[in-house]
Design a protein around this ligand. Structure first.
Ligand SMILES: Nc1ncnc2c1ncn2[C@@H]1O[C@H](COP(=O)(O)OP(=O)(O)OP(=O)(O)O)[C@@H](O)[C@H]1O
Ligand SMILES: [Mg+2]
Length: 152
């Protein structure tokens, strides 16, 4: 478990790029857990940039899921899910089963605590934290569990 504080958006993007380089090779579920404005989407944008995905990297606040075709790090599809407004029941409607059966998918989930019922027991958890106006904390837990309420 490693914690890193970034001082700018650019540092967060760079941190996300290094995360991809060091941790992604093939299918993975990455859960970004943290309060509003904690930097979950900004981190995801860094991931998408490292994959060279076609932009714009807008947050799927209303669409719930956004798909990107990529071809790097043994991944051919990135699903960026924002579960802020939904619950586990809604996940079937947006094609969760297909995402899960794709062995070359990277699934990135904001607000994973809202859909904890359908998540595998262990995922790659990144706890995101607002440290100050300009600083964000990121804690990496390679084989973490999502719990509802307080951070793990
Ligand atoms: N070091 C930093 N890293 C990332 N974002 C930062 C940093 N400093 C300031 N910010 C600002 O913090 C905000 C983070 O917003 P972001 O959309 O990434 O949060 P979020 O966790 O996805 O929020 P939400 O729960 O609403 O989806 C942005 O407005 C960004 O400009
Ligand atoms: Mg967000």
């Amino acid at each position: 478990m490693e914690s890193i504080i970034t001082n700018t958006i650019e540092e967060t993007v760079q941190l996300a790029k290094e995360f991809v380089q060091n941790e992604i090779s093939g299918k993975k579920i990455v859960c970004l857990k943290g309060e509003l404005g904690a930097g979950k989407t900004t981190f995801t944008q860094g991931i998408l940039k490292e994959f060279g995905a076609d932009g714009p990297y807008t947050s799927p606040t209303f669409t719930i899921v956004k798909e990107y075709d990529v071809d790097k790090y043994e991944i051919n599809k990135i699903y960026h899910i924002d579960a802020y407004r939904i619950g586990s029941d809604d996940m079937q409607t947006i094609g969760w089963d297909d995402m899960m059966t794709n062995d070359s998918a990277l699934i990135i989930i904001e607000w994973p605590e809202n859909i904890v019922d359908i998540l595998p027991q262990n995922t790659y958890v990144i706890l995101c934290e607002m440290v100050s106006e300009e600083q964000r904390g990121y804690t990496f837990i390679a084989d973490g569990k999502i719990t509802v309420g307080q951070n793990n």
